[in-house]
Design a protein around this ligand. Structure first.
Ligand SMILES: Nc1ncnc2c1ncn2[C@@H]1O[C@H](COP(=O)(O)OP(=O)(O)OP(=O)(O)O)[C@@H](O)[C@H]1O
Ligand SMILES: [Mg+2]
Length: 456
């Protein structure tokens, strides 16, 4: 329900915005048309009264200023235009001619020769005053035009414009509302489709129109996100089932030996000792598994503590190699490293990391395998490469070896033992230090793991 009102308000908002902008443009356009037209009509009226007054002056000239004896209506009246009025006053201030008895009183001896406009309430008048001199006498001539027709026309135009503006704005509002509604309809579909997706239907995807518009991009982005979520869910589920499996195997072994002790171990010392040895081994493996799972969980939750300090890299490698040699006696391990090489990192974590890589190198080489450690620094980084001449990794498997519980050859690696967690922990440690890990490997020729971490 909330989503619906939100969608409506977007439609309304867009339609309103369009209507407001449109009406603003209309008002500006109409105002400028009206103002321009008014200016033009007044200017025309000025022109008319100017011409009219010229004609009157000419007529006065014709009769030499002697108008007492002539028929004034005949002389002037014929040339007075529609809505125009004429007043002639002599030098004593005596009105000698008016074209109509209802003339409006306008001062006739001011603003001589300047066309002027009077706007007062409903009265709109354009007038001009002239002064005609002959000998030592003169006349004031006043011509004015009532602009009621022009103003009536302007008013009519204003009303027509206002009506058509209101219609235009309403049409633009409803058209905007309708068009936006249509444009947003796919959003409606999308909302419904997204609603239908939950953790049980994570494989569903939004349909994407071929328009490559904003909405199809949004749908594609949604789908990308769903791909990632689905992938994450799948990995999470696989992780949980792997964990259960890895815990079940040692548990059933523990159970088997406990039963063995229960049945035979009380009397048979050999069985007892063998069983206790096996129990210890299984217990250790379970401890390692749980330790590693905890570490991965802390890594996921970003709660893994990292305690950096400066330490000697050579000494650390030598220490790991010494420990390894105790277990893998026949193998040949060489170290190529500057004895003063130092790095600022978490020593325990780096030790675990190198141990994991070395452990793999030892596990996946023949009994007389050769392993080489190269360590050095370049570009403010310390790089450690561990190279073996063992069984190698098929090229197509390399992208997966850092995945949790991933083991290349499940059957083969049964003999070597292991859970497939080593490299995922190695990757976690490298990432925690802001470094990188690269693998080069060839089947039956050997593998090379290069770890690079910032020196400080
Ligand atoms: N140096 C190597 N030579 C050949 N294969 C390797 C090497 N290092 C890793 N692998 C392959 O990558 C897989 C994943 O390694 P990883 O260390 O994560 O797991 P593991 O060694 O099988 O078990 P774990 O380390 O948890 O005891 C291994 O099972 C193995 O198939
Ligand atoms: Mg391993």
């Amino acid at each position: 329900m909330r989503i619906k009102s939100f969608k409506l308000s977007i439609k309304l908002r867009i339609a309103l915005l369009y209507a407001i902008i449109f009406s603003f443009i209309l008002i500006v356009l109409n105002a400028s048309v009206l103002y321009g037209l008014k200016y033009y009509l007044v200017y025309q009226a000025f022109d008319d009264i100017q011409n009219q007054s010229d004609v009157i002056v000419e007529k006065l000239k014709e009769v030499d200023g002697i108008i007492t004896s002539v028929d004034k209506d005949l002389l002037f009246g014929s040339s007075i235009g529609e809505n125009m009025y004429l007043k002639i006053v002599d030098s004593h201030g005596k009105i000698v001619y008016v074209s109509s008895p209802h003339l409006i009183d306008i001062p006739y001896d001011k603003n001589i020769n300047v066309p002027t406009k009077i706007e007062k309430d409903e009265t709109h008048i354009a007038y001009i005053n002239r002064k005609y001199t002959f000998g030592n006498k003169f006349f004031y001539i006043q011509v004015y035009e009532d602009l009621k027709n022009q103003y009536f026309f302007l008013k009519l135009l204003f009303v027509m414009m206002a009506v058509s503006d209101v219609i235009g704005v309403l049409v633009s509002f409803f058209a905007g509302y309708f068009i936006t509604g249509r444009a947003l309809r796919p959003v409606d579909y999308m909302v419904r489709e997204v609603h239908a997706i939950d953790e049980k239907k994570l494989n569903k995807r939004l349909s994407i129109s071929g328009n490559n518009d904003e909405l199809s991009k949004l749908a594609a982005t949604f789908n990308d996100m769903l791909d990632r979520l689905e992938d994450y869910f799948k990995r999470q589920n696989a992780f949980i089932s792997n964990v259960s499996h890895e815990l079940r195997t040692p548990l059933s072994i523990l159970k088997g030996y406990i039963e063995l002790i229960d049945r035979w171990g009380k009397d048979n010392k050999d069985v007892l000792e063998e069983s206790i040895g096996a129990l210890k081994k299984e217990e250790q493996e379970m401890e390692i598994l749980i330790e590693r799972l905890l570490m991965l969980a802390r890594g996921d939750n970003k709660t893994l503590n990292i305690n950096k300090k400066l330490f000697n890299v050579y000494e650390l490698i030598a220490e790991i190699v010494r420990d390894a040699k105790v277990i893998f006696n026949g193998k040949n391990i060489e170290i190529f490293c500057d004895k003063n090489l130092e790095v600022y990192a978490d020593r325990n974590l780096i030790k675990e990391l190198l141990r994991i890589i070395l452990d793999n190198a030892l596990k996946y080489t023949d009994i007389d395998g050769n392993i080489k450690f190269y360590a050095g620094e370049a570009d403010n980084n310390v790089a450690v490469t561990i190279k073996d001449d063992g069984i190698g990794i098929p090229e197509e498997e390399i992208p997966y070896i850092f995945d949790r519980f991933y083991r290349v050859d499940k059957a083969r690696s049964k003999e070597t033992g292991g859970m497939g967690l080593g490299l995922s922990i190695a990757k976690l440690i490298v990432e925690l230090h802001g470094g990188s890990i690269e693998v080069k490997s060839k089947l039956n020729e050997g593998s090379e793991f290069k770890i690079t971490i910032p020196k400080i």
